[in-house]
Design a protein around this ligand. Sequence first.
Ligand code: ADP
Ligand code: MG
Length: 264
Amino acid sequence: MTAEVTEQPDVRPAAVEVHDVHKWYGTQRVLGGVELTVRPGEVTVVIGPSGSGKSTLLRVINHLEKPEIGHVSLNGEPIGVRRHGGRLKELSERAILAQRSQIGFVFQNFNLFPHLTVLDNVAAAPVATGRLSKPEARELARTLLGRVGLADRTAAFPRQLSGGQQQRVAIARALALRPGVILFDEPTSALDPELVGEVLAVIEDLATSGTTLLIVTHEIGFAREVADRVVFMDAGRIVEQGPPAQVLDHPAHERTRDFLSKVL
Ligand code: ADP
Ligand code: MG
């Protein structure tokens, strides 16, 4: 008998599944049939020129925007709708908020609560959603702030921190709801160059510890280091996707080559 090594298929549902998503703003088509699957534990980096629809895609996934056509599923559950006797029914606002709490979102401009301390910025959501008591949430917040290297700044207010520190608080805040996936929209674009590295280091730590991440960034070197898959978008479509060595070093499409020649 010969020993056979078979790889177990991953039967878990996709963390994020974007199916044939089209989105218009007025007469402008911003997404034109996007298909994207992010598997649990996978790190996907989305690159592409300004205006290509990257932020809109993240906003559709997080249900901040509704696509005119197509749908998004999280862990196999359609977002914004539920199955009801074979038909799809719109979810209530409350149910949508519950779904959104399964997704972490880190914005370019941090979006911290200015009137709350660093500790309470991170502890707020688990308390507001009723998942944890205030003492439990603060305990968790301390742990997460330690993980992003800010154990000594828990009592500070956002305005007292550098941009890099504020963005690390925002990452800890995203982790506090134990989301199935974290979306990053150009998390280092608003930072002074010397502060970019500390934020990328935290994201890389998440990537190597198995957190499912979908990251929009222009940091191509970072994409090469951490991505399982790089997705190139242009004019509302995914032009190509694949392992970083393929998309970044041997792009199949002229538009990808053209974009990379400008950013590298
Ligand atoms: P990217 O993040 O790749 O730069 P966006 O998703 O922000 O691209 O934008 C894609 C296109 O949609 C752009 O042409 C932008 O001007 C347009 N757009 C984005 N948000 C809105 C909005 N709320 N209303 C109208 N047009 C928008
Ligand atoms: Mg954008």
